[in-house]
Design a protein around this ligand. Structure first.
Ligand SMILES: NC(=O)c1ccc[n+]([C@@H]2O[C@H](COP(=O)([O-])OP(=O)(O)OC[C@H]3O[C@@H](n4cnc5c(N)ncnc54)[C@H](OP(=O)(O)O)[C@@H]3O)[C@@H](O)[C@H]2O)c1
Length: 344
């Protein structure tokens, strides 16, 4: 397993392959984590783990409140003697309903409590926009179902994130879904520089300029949805009644499959290798033991310069984006909405 050295004073290393957990049910998550830990994963990337109420509001029939389940799985792994806290890299995120300076510590402590951990390795601001919520962290909605926007100040939120590092509640801090301008604003105003930018990144959305900017600023890039999030459209549809037209199916791309065949690997392994060969961290989500093993078994081959060129040419720019976040009705009207909006 290769590690990426973060820019913190502590010289923290982040494993280049992690396990994504978005959409994993509590009942599924324990086996997924134990399988992953047994086959060498040391980076658990979490998604919306501190937003059970947000999840409930978006779909009251189903909550993926898997943070406690992750905590239980980690505890079981630690007490089995197979590993210690220091052997695993745990990331979580400040939700959009908590994106304001005065709420940072409260949400971080909630995560820590659920996870039964004393510190996180990485805490990210989930997105640059914010929603108003009630005292249960439930987002407030307008009469037409759109989210009540909160005009947050990301620099102030960042200052509060810095305080959490100083208090020892997280070892490093970073950003997610911020665009180049927003990232630069935080970078300029920060005492503790962002260690990581987590963004959607895969063969159809390569965001080369943003990745280059991060490299120049010594900020590690984590790719979410590195396989093109094959289950996302069904999920968007069933949970939010939202669908993306022309949802991309990167795993079936002809060139990806040809390269996979040549290396006797799967298309998923080729997509992940394409990213890690550029020093981008990947956090593929899987609850399937075979795919969990497959997704980390990518260190025994190398893509040639010609193959990299072919994969680079698959970039569709903004047309390849899946996560416009438009399932948060009205989010595109927020002044900090980071993407070039594409309405469905
Ligand atoms: N910061 C953010 O805003 C943000 C947004 C989205 C995601 N994320 C994070 O990034 C992680 C990964 O993104 P993602 O879950 O959207 O998408 P992804 O990792 O690209 O794809 C996950 C999907 O692919 C399937 N899969 C996994 N490995 C496979 C393989 N080798 N071959 C074929 N199919 C495979 C999984 O099904 P099985 O489980 O059945 O294997 C699952 O449906 C998330 O879990 C979350 O932690 C962050």
């Amino acid at each position: 397993m290769k590690n990426i050295l973060l820019n913190n004073a502590d010289k923290i290393e982040m494993p280049i392959v992690g396990l994504g957990t978005w959409g994993a049910e509590p009942a599924e998550i324990k086996n997924a984590i134990l399988t992953a830990m047994d086959c060498g994963y040391r980076h658990i990337g979490m998604y919306k783990l501190v937003t059970p109420c947000l999840t409930l509001i978006l779909d009251t029939a189903f909550s993926y409140n898997n943070e406690e389940a992750i905590g239980n799985a980690l505890k079981e792994w630690f007490t089995s003697g197979k590993g210690r806290r220091a052997d695993v890299f745990v990331t979580s995120k400040l939700p959009c309903v908590g994106n304001r300076a005065e709420d940072v510590e409260r949400f971080l402590k909630l995560s820590l409590e659920n996870l039964q951990l004393e510190y996180l390795d990485l805490y990210l601001i989930h997105a640059p926009f914010a929603f108003k919520c009630d005292s249960n962290f439930t987002p407030q909605l307008e009469g037409d179902g759109s989210f009540v926007l909160d005009m947050n100040d990301n620099v102030l939120t960042w200052k509060a994130m810095e305080e959490q590092v100083k208090k020892g509640l997280c070892r490093s801090i970073g950003l997610s879904n911020f665009n180049a301008k927003q990232l630069q604003n935080i970078y300029k105003a920060s005492e503790i520089k962002p260690a990581v930018l987590q963004i959607e990144l895969h063969a159809y959305l390569q965001q080369r300029e943003l990745v280059k900017l991060c490299q120049q600023l010594n900020i590690a890039v984590t790719a979410y949805s590195p396989l093109g999030s094959p289950g996302a459209n069904i999920y968007f549809n069933t949970k939010y009644n939202y669908s993306l037209s022309n949802f991309p199916d990167i795993l079936r791309n002809f060139e990806v499959n040809e390269i996979a065949h040549k290396h006797n690997k799967t298309p998923g392994q080729i997509l992940l290798k394409h990213l890690i060969q550029q020093d981008v961290v990947v956090i593929p989500k899987s609850i399937n033991p075979n795919r969990i093993k497959q997704n980390i078994n990518i260190f025994d081959f190398k893509l040639s310069a010609e193959e990299l060129k072919i994969l680079n040419s698959l970039d569709k720019g903004e047309n390849g984006r899946i996560f416009y976040c438009l399932f948060f009705k009205g989010v595109e009207k927020h002044p900090e909405y980071p993407f070039i909006c594409k309405l469905k």
